[in-house]
Design a protein around this ligand. Structure first.
Ligand code: FES
Ligand code: FES
Length: 163
C-alpha cells in the first residue's frame, strides 16, 4: 500500500491506497470527491481535470503517490458555502453545458487559466479547453462564460486593490 498525505481543497487528507491507484481513483473512491469525472481513463477527454499545485492535470494519468505532499483543487473546492465560484455562475447563466459531464473538467481548466491570466483572448481560452472534450455543446457558450467570469474576477480584483 502507498500512504499519501495531501491537501485537497484546503484540507489535509490522508489515505492508504494500492500503488497503482490513480489520483482520480483516490479522489472519487477513497476521499468521496466524485465531482471529477471518469471518461476515457487514458488522458484524452479531460473529464477528470483537477488542479495540482496550480496546474490543470488529467487526474486519470497521475498516480496517487505522485500527489503526496502536494496541493490539489477539485471542482468541490470552488464554491463557498453560499456562493458559486464566478466561473460556475457564468456557466450556469450562459447555459454553457447540456449533459454536464464535461463541466467539472472544463471549469477546472478555466480556473487554472484565469488564475494565471485574468484577461485571456478567446483563442487563449480555446487553447486552455483544448484537452476538454464536449460532445454536446459547440464550446461557444463556455468561452463566453469564461470571458464573463474573467470580467467579474477583474472587477473583484480591482475593488480589492483600490486605495
Ligand atoms: S478520464 Fe482522464 S482524460 Fe479522460
Ligand atoms: S455538456 Fe455534455 S459533454 Fe459537454
Amino acid at each position: 500500500m502507498t500512504d499519501v498525505v495531501l491537501r485537497v481543497n484546503g484540507r489535509e487528507r490522508k489515505a492508504s491506497v494500492p500503488p497503482e491507484t490513480t489520483l482520480l481513483q483516490l479522489l472519487r473512491e477513497h476521499l468521496g470527491l466524485t465531482g471529477s469525472k471518469l471518461g476515457c481513463d487514458v488522458g484524452d477527454c479531460g473529464a477528470c481535470t483537477v488542479i495540482v499545485d496550480g496546474k490543470a492535470v488529467n487526474s486519470c494519468l497521475m498516480l496517487a503517490g505522485q500527489v503526496d505532499g502536494r496541493e490539489v483543487l477539485t471542482i468541490e473546492g470552488l464554491a463557498t458555502r453560499d456562493r458559486l465560484h464566478p466561473i460556475q455562475r457564468a456557466f450556469e447563466e450562459r447555459a454553457s453545458l447540456q449533459c454536464g459531464f464535461c463541466g467539472p473538467g472544463s471549469i477546472m481548466s478555466a480556473k487554472a487559466l484565469l488564475d494565471e491570466n485574468l484577461d485571456p483572448t478567446p483563442q487563449e481560452i480555446r487553447d486552455a479547453l483544448a484537452g476538454n472534450l464536449c460532445r454536446c455543446t459547440g464550446y461557444t457558450k463556455m468561452i463566453e462564460a469564461i470571458q464573463d467570469a474573467a470580467r467579474e474576477l477583474r472587477t473583484e480584483k480591482s475593488a480589492r486593490t483600490a486605495p
